[in-house]
Design a protein around this ligand. Structure first.
Ligand code: UTP
Length: 417
């Protein structure tokens, strides 16, 4: 009891340092277990770090124009059939020899879709209905048949959706995939901050924390010995993608073949940015290193500049489809990625102790992005693919990236209609 009181006083003093005493507003109403949970969480949070990130995120990153250069890329549609066949054959050998693995980044909150449950369990309304996880699994099963192998599948979850994700796989009997080839690992979380600069409560006894961005995948893979596991399995190449793109080719011998041919350790697929005024970030070299940047850093001339072949220099956009050599993963796992700030909708406990669902974004979230890892390398293999063939993500119900449009693209690609 004395200990509990001491802990409470310590926690209160700690919070006072950061003007966060409101997090204990309901303490007296909690039962002993809840009190303990809240105090433990307060001691575990790195307040110094979260407020450092918050302050740093207020400053816009400025990049001098002269340090931006084009990043070379290939266009799949501009390759001849014999070229494609020959590059693919290089990649096929590696996949067939069991040296290829796939990581699905499924630790996100999916706040825009607002679906209750892990986003990967959301069902596409096709016949028969299929969850996003099952759709990914189908691609792996097909590849296993084509390449006479079993591709190890790693799924990154977060604290908030880990248990539900694992239960879903169990309930669905792993979609018939060999269970021993599927591994789950959890990424880290960070507290969220509201517009007044305060941490928020998710429950009266719990501070709201959320996944800290898909860039945490490298550190998480190291922390959970996934990298070690991959090395034991003699995996050499690892493909990363999100959970919500239903037409993406996640086992792509062409991308792998080109990457090997050009001796790159990192690769990515890109899409052509149709409308120059879209806000999508673009691939470019920043200070000599491959990166993806906000196009506000480009001049109007750069935005429409073309190379000698008539291809635009700065119109390749990210579609979250990346390939890393295992040595590249080890390198990045030991390095810190920069944090970015996102503004998201999150339910919180208000001053009256009631749960409040905001209508608009209300909290800042601090995230690292997987693509920031590109800047640890001198070059990457960049391959532009066609939207119609490989880009059908589900983000929300209102933009073009909604379940209906994804369904349509999926059905068209797999000729279901
Ligand atoms: P999104 O950018 O779509 O973010 O993630 P999100 O959190 O899923 O959704 P919103 O923005 O709240 O609506 C792209 C991919 O990266 C994964 C997501 O699960 C998705 O597959 N991701 C995102 C993580 O694995 N961890 C994160 O911390 C964030």
């Amino acid at each position: 009891m004395v200990n509990m009181l001491q802990n409470y006083e310590q926690a209160k003093a700690l919070l006072a340092n950061y003007k966060q005493e409101h997090l204990l507003a309901f303490y007296d109403e909690l039962n002993e277990e809840e009190k303990q949970l809240l105090i433990n969480q307060i001691f575990q949070i790195d307040f110094e770090e979260i407020f450092r990130l918050y302050e740093a995120s207020k400053i816009d990153e400025m990049i001098p124009h002269h340090k931006i250069e084009p990043l070379p890329y290939l266009v799949k549609n501009q390759l001849s059939k014999p070229e494609i066949i020959s590059y693919q054959s290089i990649g096929k050998k590696v996949i067939s020899s069991g040296k290829y693995a796939v990581v699905t980044l499924a630790g996100g909150q999916g706040t825009r879709l607002g679906y209750k449950g892990p986003k990967g369990t959301f069902e596409l309304d096709i016949v028969p209905k299929k969850s996003l996880f099952e759709i990914l699994c189908d691609r792996l099963k097909e590849a296993n048949e084509t390449y006479h192998t079993t591709i190890p599948w790693y799924i990154m979850t977060s604290h908030s959706n880990d248990q539900l994700t694992k239960e879903f796989f169990k309930e669905k009997k792993y979609f018939g995939y060999p269970k021993e080839y599927i591994s789950f690992f959890q990424q880290a979380e960070l507290p969220l901050i509201d517009v007044s600069g305060n941490l928020i409560l998710e429950e009266t006894y719990k501070i709201k924390e959320a996944s800290n961005g898909n860039g945490d995948v490298f550190a998480s893979m190291k922390r959970h010995r996934i990298l070690q596991n991959m090395k034991q399995k003699q995996i050499e190449w690892v493909f990363f993608s999100g959970v919500d793109n239903v037409t993406l080719e996640i086992v792509d011998p062409l991308l792998l073949g080109l990457t090997l041919l050009h001796k790159n350790l990192v690769a990515s697929k890109s899409l052509f940015k149709k409308d120059v005024n879209d806000k999508d970030w673009v691939f470019a070299k920043k200070n000599g290193k491959p990166s993806i940047m906000n196009s506000c850093h480009l001049t109007d001339t750069m935005k429409i500049a073309k190379n000698e072949e008539g291809n635009y220099l700065y119109r390749e956009i990210n579609m979250l489809a990346h390939l890393f050599h295992i040595s590249a993963l080890e390198k990045v796992a030991d390095s810190a990625l920069p944090y970015h700030r996102a503004f998201k909708k999150n339910t919180f406990v208000n001053e009256e102790g009631m749960k409040q669902v905001p209508e608009d974004p209300n909290t800042f979230k601090f995230e690292t992005f997987i693509f920031d890892a590109f800047s640890f390398f001198d070059s990457i293999e960049l391959l532009r693919v066609e939207r119609e063939e490989e880009f059908a993500p589900i983000k929300d119900f209102t933009s073009i990236y909604n379940p209906e449009s994804a369904k349509e693209l999926y059905e068209r690609k797999y000729r279901l209609k």
